[in-house]
Design a protein around this ligand. Structure first.
Ligand SMILES: [Zn+2]
Length: 170
């Protein structure tokens, strides 16, 4: 497995399809913790819901700022750059929809801290849709989890089936 600069499509159980645009992947790749001294990186995600299909597109992100707290196994958003990013994105009708961070693992597994933080997001933050999305990037793969505001459940999203370079139409 390798993280590719492409569009990724995930499926939410009994819910919409979620697209992650290639610029998201491209922007995060330089922050992957390939070296033993690389620190965790984190940021916010924005996107929108397609009125016709109900599908969700995650299409932009904020990158680590100078005053964020970052070490090998921890990252906390503190810099005002993230809030400014959200404000600017509303001009393009993109709204807060979740967050991303890196892990110094090949395949990312959420830590207990992650689960606590994601539940806090579900309690305190409002996104532009019924869900909040959480991406964790390991060195070899990334995964997406989503929290449902109605049920307060957090589940892993499944990448849709692909045949070579194409997603299979369902
Ligand atoms: Zn984590």
């Amino acid at each position: 497995m390798i993280i590719e600069k492409r569009c990724y499509k995930f499926r939410i159980k009994n819910g919409p399809i979620v697209d992650i645009t290639p610029n998201i992947i491209e922007s995060i790749i330089p922050f992957l913790q390939k070296n033993t001294t690389d620190r965790e990186a984190c940021g916010l995600l924005v996107g929108y819901k397609n009125k016709m299909s109900g599908n969700i597109t995650i299409n932009n992100l904020s990158l680590p700022g100078k005053t964020d707290t970052r070490n090998r196994v921890f990252c906390q958003i503190k810099d005002r750059i993230h809030r400014l990013f959200l404000k600017n994105q509303t001009l393009s009708k993109n709204y807060y929809i979740g967050n991303w961070h890196t892990h110094p693992q090949e395949i990312p597994v959420p830590s207990s801290t992650d689960i606590v933080e994601w539940n806090t997001v579900l309690q305190k933050d409002k996104t532009s849709c019924q869900y909040a999305f959480f991406l964790i990037f390991g060195n070899k793969d990334f995964k997406m989890w989503y929290g449902d505001y109605r049920t307060k459940c957090i589940l892993e999203a499944e990448e849709m089936q692909r045949n070579n370079d194409l997603y299979i139409k369902e």
